[in-house]
Design a protein around this ligand. Sequence first.
Ligand code: ADP
Ligand code: ASP
Ligand code: MG
Length: 413
Amino acid sequence: MARIVMKFGGTSMAGIERIRAVAERIKREHEAGNEVAVIVSAMAGETDRLVQFCREASSLYDPREYDVVVSSGEQVSSGLLAIMLQSMDVPARSWMGWQLPIQTSDAHSSARISGIDKDILGEAIAGGQVAVIPGFQGVSGDGRVATLGRGGSDTSAVAVAAAMKADRCDIYTDVDGVYTTDPRIVPRARKLAKVTYEEMLELASVGAKVLQTRSVGLAMKHGVPLKVLSSFEEGAGTLIVDESAFEEGEMEEQLITGIAHDKNEAKVTLTAVADKPGSVANIFTPLADADINVDMIVQNFARDTGNTDVTFTVPKDDLARALDVLEGAKEAIGYREIASDTNITKISVVGVGMRSHAGVASTMFQTLADRGINILAITTSEIKVSVLIEEDYTELAVRVLHTAYGLDAEDAA
Ligand code: ADP
Ligand code: ASP
Ligand code: MG
């Protein structure tokens, strides 16, 4: 007997027939004598629809009310799944975030889980009942419904698995594992049998939305063994595990593990910023004070004029606020003009093999240059290189890099 957490994403829950298939899978695990907690997403497209309602109601909506609205999709799917399980003679009940409770921070719309009461849940599943929990939601310190940011049901699942000391946390989705890149963009992408937490964390943070970044961080912290599997077909899926699960040398054979892209950033350029101590701090301090995350930064020197252009990226959703903050700080910073561009993409290559091999970045730059793709900004970490390019080249760039790093599936044409 094992204690398992199963999470089903939006496509897996889209409609009664799919919920029936999900319930059958759960029934098999339950009948095998396992203790089961299930986390569900809203039906595919539902959260987008609810977000749009909020935006239409007011551009400056109260995030606490936004959370009331957008959390409702998961409430519906958890109730439906419990009904379906009961109709198959599987004892089941739904548990809303506030009933368990799943406690969160007060950062409405992007709250963090701060604690889960494991007693109620532990008692329910140890008694043979399947607990169906809506993902993406919890209850904040002020006693109100809070949501965890888009894709947050993955994080709910890992948090429940960590709190319950589950033996496994299985993430069922619409692909049959983690691939070398998004298989919907590159049909030649190869499925990975195993990925380290560290690589998955980097891949997720640079745009591989198959798992929410925070869910991977949490799994790594608590040592929760994660598996990504298909809801629709049988298969081994992909294991996300510690480096110790790899054989000696196995990991470094592959220089690059995966490639991801992110279209959610916007580029801002300030021209003719005074080239003197404090200028850069004058730009980024007010942005930090406004809780705007800056990602890539490029500063160009123009020695003869004593001025410099500073380019950086911010999340697209924060662009309007960032421009507002920078206009407000114009005098303190002392720049000539401000320009922004949302038609950009960040492309990243990730792999722990990079630690011991040189030349990863140069392969990237040369491959893009050969296709006439201009690089607008660069950042690197120990196991990642990211470049900013024009959005129109996204698919081409991912495809040519995938081939350049030898990632194409062997049976691909
Ligand atoms: P769910 O609703 O089940 O949470 P998501 O849409 O959030 O599903 O995540 C699954 C999607 O992630 C896939 O359909 C795929 O297009 C995308 N994806 C992006 N990068 C990868 C990758 N490297 N491997 C697999 N899927 C990826
Ligand atoms: N339904 C939420 C979303 O679409 C949470 C999730 O599915 O993980 O972002
Ligand atoms: Mg998801």
